[in-house]
Design a binder for this molecule. Structure first.
Ligand code: ADP
Length: 591
């Protein structure tokens, strides 16, 4: 992946380099062509400056006069002077006159040792062109002087007859100077591809390509560039329409790349050529392509980063979604479990309701048995007392009969109390606490349990009398609790040889503690844990309801007291009823 990205960046860099290099080359070409345009214009202006001068000189009769009589010394002198004046006036290198055969008859340099006079220039193209076309233009190396120059020639005619040719040779030094100032090599190339002017002398008289045979022959004929051989410029032809860089070894230089820019100049098929340097374009393109490649690398990096982030986000989203799915599944599972639980609970509730219903019926049965048992004893006692009273009345033992009747009245009153108590179990009444004398409550309770005591033959030990010992409760309720405790104690000791029940009372803080201790078997663990629960009983059906202790504790608590039990140290159970003491709680504890 990273390798592919790297390769892509390289490719982008390479493509960018190619197009940028082409762009910069094009730019360089346009710049070069602008420069060449300017140069070509000044060159053309320089070449055109004297274009009409030979024609003007030809009109002067002095020259024609000499051509009429070439050996006339006066005419010759006049012509020489004239040409010399023209040369100086026009500031050209030489002005000279050639007769129709090509022989120079007069010249501005007639005084100088290397005067043109007497030389035959019939082989020079400008001579022939002047004769044939009316104007000869030629650039070449002077046959006589060996100096290059631009030759302009015009014919001298009289009556359509050609008398000769007047020639001006112009040196292009200034132009060469201008070329030499250029940073890159500049060449002025003729129609045959031969460099005749250049920014460097070494480049002069070199051809862009090896010369074709006829061209070489013509050069020899015209001696255009004198005697010197024309060698190719580089080891391979320089093409002027070359678009890209060309590897060239110019004379005296190592091989290097060149850009060839060319533009035609003048009327003779010349070209002005600049051999530019592609380095600048290349380094600009390299720098820009590098920046582009780096930008591409950055962009690719950014894309990779963004894609990575998007992938991470997608992954997170997937994880999240799967988590949610799992949570939903788990929730559904839990909901199903809860529904199952609810169902189970409902079944349980129904079962329990049914059980309660069944329990209630059983309780009803037990209660009926219990109540009839509770009432049977006083009824039996009443029966006996009533029978006794009748027997005593029969025997006229009236005082005893009255005593019996009083006992009957007492029993009836107590039976009524039992029924009231049963009623109070059924209906919850608002307690109305008041002082209750403890001794009286004990006395009444003992009276109620008396028949049972007799049955068991038990001895009941009571605390020493204390008429002011009172608790805050209700007399009937305190008696009810005591009866229950006494009866349970007697029941527990049933069948024992010397059953003993001990009732005691003491004051602890704000409370009076009434204790009933038996010498029975004591409490089993199970009984100890449950005996205050309603309907807990170990007695046979019909004898116990299992309500006594539950109701007793509820009553005690309704007055702010407690009912507790423990196994007494010497055996047997000890129940303690604690009730708020009335007033004299500071009195010394009862004994
Ligand atoms: P019931 O007397 O109708 O059974 P209680 O609530 O009075 O109802 O007593 C509940 C049970 O507590 C009794 O069945 C018995 O097992 C146990 N119990 C009560 N008092 C004593 C005691 N003094 N000794 C041993 N067990 C007792």
């Amino acid at each position: 992946m990273a390798g592919a990205a790297f390769a892509l960046c390289l490719l982008i860099g390479w493509l960018a380099f190619r197009s940028l290099f082409a762009y910069h080359l094009d730019h360089a070409r346009r710049d070069a062509l602008h420069r060449l345009d300017a140069l070509a214009l000044s060159l053309e202006a320089a070449l055109a400056r004297h274009e009409t001068l030979p024609g003007l000189l030809a009109l002067d009769p002095t020259l024609a006069a000499l051509l009429d009589a070439p050996h006339d010394p006066a005419r010759l002198a006049a012509a020489n002077v004239y040409l010399e004046a023209a040369q100086q006036g026009a500031q050209v290198a030489v002005a000279y006159l050639i007769d129709a055969q090509g022989l120079t008859v007069a010249a501005s340099n007639w005084r100088q040792p290397r005067s043109f006079v007497g030389h035959d220039y019939s082989f020079r193209p400008y001579f022939r062109d002047a004769l044939e076309k009316g104007l000869g233009r030629f650039y070449g190396v002077g046959v006589t002087t060996g100096e290059p120059g631009y030759f302009l020639a015009a014919p001298i005619r009289r009556d359509q007859r050609l008398l000769g040719v007047v020639v001006l040779k112009q040196q292009l030094d200034a132009l060469e100077q201008a070329l030499a100032n250029s940073a890159d090599p500049l060449l002025l190339v003729d129609g045959n591809g031969i460099v005749f002017l250049a920014s460097s002398r070494a480049l002069r008289y070199r051809s862009l390509a090896p010369l074709a045979e006829p061209v070489a022959a013509r050069l020899g004929d015209t001696r255009q560039y004198g005697e010197q051989p024309v060698a190719p410029l580089a080891d391979r032809p320089v093409r002027l329409d070359q678009p890209g860089p060309l590897r060239l070894a110019l004379p005296g230089e190592a091989t290097r790349e060149r850009l060839v820019h060319a533009r035609p100049v003048g009327l003779q098929g010349w070209q002005i050529v600049e051999l530019g340097n592609p380095d600048e374009a290349r380094s600009a393109a390299t720098a820009q392509a590098t920046v582009l490649a780096l930008a591409a690398a950055f962009a690719l990096g950014l894309i990779a980063h963004l894609r990575h982030r998007a992938r991470r986000r997608e992954e997170l989203r997937r994880v999240h979604a799967s988590l949610e799915t799992r949570i939903a599944a788990r929730t559904a599972d839990l909901t199903a479990q809860i529904a199952e639980l609810e169902k189970t609970k409902a079944i349980l509730r129904e079962t329990r309701d049914a059980a309660v219903q069944a329990g209630k019926l059983a309780t009803l049965g037990q209660m009926s048995a219990g109540i009839s048992h509770e009432l049977n004893q006083p009824l039996a006692a009443l029966q006996t007392l009533a029978d006794n009273a009748r027997a005593l009345l029969d025997r006229d033992r009236l005082p005893e009969a009255a005593e019996n009747l009083a006992m009957i009245s007492d029993l009836v009153a107590r039976t009524g109390r039992i029924v009231r108590q049963l009623k109070s179990f059924a209906r919850k009444e608002v307690p109305t606490p008041q002082p209750v004398t403890v001794d009286r409550a004990i006395e009444h309770a003992l009276l109620i349990v008396e028949p049972r005591r007799r049955e068991t033959g038990a001895r009941i030990q009571t605390p020493a009398p204390a008429p002011d010992r009172r608790v805050i409760a209700e007399a009937g309720r305190v008696e009810q609790i005591l009866v229950n405790l006494l009866r349970n104690g007697l029941d527990a000791m049933a069948g024992q040889s010397e059953p003993l029940l001990v009732i005691d009372c003491r004051t602890v803080g704000d409370l009076r503690e009434l204790s009933v201790r038996d010498h029975g078997p004591g409490l089993s663990d199970e009984a100890h844990a449950h005996l205050f629960e309603p309907f807990f009983t170990t007695k046979p059906a019909g004898e116990g309801l299992g309500l006594g202790l539950a109701i007793s504790r509820t009553i005690a608590e309704s007055y702010g007291g407690t009912l507790t039990v423990r196994n007494a140290p010497g055996g047997g159970a000890e129940f303690v009823l604690a009730l708020p003491a009335d007033g004299d709680s500071d009195a010394p504890p009862d004994t």
